[in-house]
Design a protein around this ligand. Sequence first.
Ligand code: KOT
Length: 825
Amino acid sequence: MTEARPRLRRTVGDSLEDFERDLISNLYYQRGTTIESASGPDGYHTLAVTVRDRLVDRYARTAAAHYAANPRFVYYLSAEYLLGRQLRQNLLYTDTERWVRPIAEDLGVSLEALEVYDVEPGLGNGGLGRLAACLLDSMATLDIPAVGYGIRYEFGIFKQTFRDGQQVERPDDWTFYGNPWEFPAPDDRQLVGFYGTTKADPKDPTGLKKHWVPGETVRGEPSHMLVPGYGTQTVNIIRLWQARASRESFDLARFGVGQYVEAVDDIVKAENISKVLYPDDSTELGRELRLKQQYFLVACSLRDIIRRYRLRNSGWEGFADKVVIQLNDTHPVVAVTELMRLLVDEHGVGWDEAWTITRRTFNYTCHTLLPEALETWPVRLLERLLPRHMEIIYAINHFFLEEVRAAYPGDEDVVRRMSVIQEGDERRVRMAHLAVVGSTAVNGVAELHTKLLAETTLHDFAALWPERFHNITNGVTPRRFLRMANPRLSTLITEALGDEGWLTDLERLHGLGTAADDPAFRAAWRDVKRQNKVELAAAVERSTGVLADPDALADVMIKRFHEYKRQQLKLLHVITMVNRIRADPQATYVPRTVLFGGKAAPGYHAMKLLIQLVNAVADVVNTDPVIARHLRVVFPPDYNVTKAQFVIPAADLSEQISLAGKEASGTGNMKLALNGALTIGTLDGANIEIRDRVGADNFFLFGMDAPAAAALRRSGYSPRSFYEADFELRLAVDTIASGAFAKGDRSVFAPVVEAMLGRDEYMALADYRAYVDCQDTVADAWTDTERWTRMSILNTARCGFFSSDRTVREYCEQIWKVDPVRVNP
Ligand code: KOT
């Protein structure tokens, strides 16, 4: 039930000849050029729209099937999506690559040459945005009627470059050359209000219904991208909103008196709302524009959801039967108040009925445990920007606290702890509390995360409403992260398992377990990994100038730079290896290439300095002939989904070394293990579940678990005592302090040393010894090639659980209660 029932359906042809004819026609009529004069971008755009047409056809049939079935829909609300490149995916999902290759060859171009024009929409920061994309992929694959809603940021996550080793951010003008995957839908635009005043409704005796007169309105213009399922006809959509000035924004009076620039002030202000993605991962900034973005997303999306509901339904009683909304963390949580406002103020539904509908409609996924990531907004800001929503929050909180007082008579402490309003010098709204109060189900993203949520951050809520709490462990799509990223391994797996059924039934990878005992299969497995490493080495050399040995152990740490993820611990290990080689250059060492990838938030100075230190260490390592014989350090800039697809298939060792209790789940850990990398990791997030499945023998575990880390902190953690007690640790820290990575200047990296010896917030020094010793075990294991290969195969074989198809099935069964709708070919 997307738009209306399609009357005209053009069915694209189904043969190589049809495809070729469409390509030539599109080049001529859509792009306005000919084969003789076509440029690279002409070729890319033409191919893209020709493939896209195949999906449009499926989308039209999906819309018709949904319209006929009038099913319950999942609406996924997320401020971030990291979809990755679209061309390869859509070739795979339409099964047209087999035609494109020979056609392209005929024309003397390669698919690879055209793919460089396929821009990755960087509409997210990291794990949370990529999870949203994996879930949409799996929903479509499982024929779940779903729409993703997001913001069409004009500038996505910044491009990372290095100047003198320092991160320099450049704007990501991702639509500069046009985006062939996107369909504007101006007819579905929406108006969104901000600021203004509220008026009581004189006819409403309860005082709960009000009238909001916004002081400013902005237009939301939607466009959508197609989200095909794999091996099915379903094509869902992701609808992205862009802010435009409403017609009244042009100030004719000012224009008339020659104030041309001032006349467009309001236009600029309105369009700023969707101008740029905030580049902060797992931290909150509390900027007014950010709250505007959140409300803009929510207001547009809810109106669109209601519009869609009304295409086939009427009345409000059935709304929550047809609509389930998943809130991706707290960023869209103002939706709870917006739906209340729409129902009570605009549609005349009574407060209690509206609250029942609202609570039945929403569910909330929490993605963090970090206190600095828990969103709160100043009451005064909300009162000004969204005055009616603030009133609704007060009313929701009032009724909620009555419930709390009834459950815990006389306990004002629990009331204070649970209140949606945090009291203090500056009163603030706790968005996570609002999310739990306004939802049917709340979920964490890995077993440990859910347990810790219920024990700490959301303890009081879990005690009051245990039935609301669920665990749904994250997953990743095997299509993008195995089949597309690692075609060689996929072919080998398909040969071993007999068919490609594993792509939609990933537990079938268990069938590789027996193949792990076959020496020929192991040799083939190694050969694939080696070829992937040769390819990656060539790409890394192009981007960094450093040549890596494809036979060295590929040790990768790819993720956002954050103190809790502990890139500083990895660096201490690298420096320890350097010091050992310097101390005994003649000894034998397992050759390693350490690859870092990741961005730091532009305002996160500690992590930007750590990036600079990684690059400085890399310089020293790679240019010292003695060290470089055993060790290389590479840091290709601008890690993103596209680069992840290159690095992951080539990795031997996956670094998952966050302080236990800090990483909610992780999904890079799953992608790497699925591609046969062995994990060195702490008992954190989904690492625990990975280890449970692959087996303790096939996982390098080290360090404190969450209770041990909490106990150490309680007992008064002193990083200096660890520093003083461990000679190698002292030497590693002192090497940084000595200025060895800054041409003798001790001041440059002094803050890194101070952070380590001063607070060491994430207790890297406490885990250093266990980590370095575990790395020695890794090196030992690497020398037994056959054993390593076996472990690698078993990692892949036993990671079927981590398919996002399983994740989506669990959401469907436990939370969404939706059924698939089959779309006929
Ligand atoms: C960002 C802002 C506020 C709250 C949470 C975040 C957040 C969490 N951004 N990314 N995450 C990650 O989400 C992934 C998907 O669930 C997890 O695997 C990962 O551990 C989180 O750090």
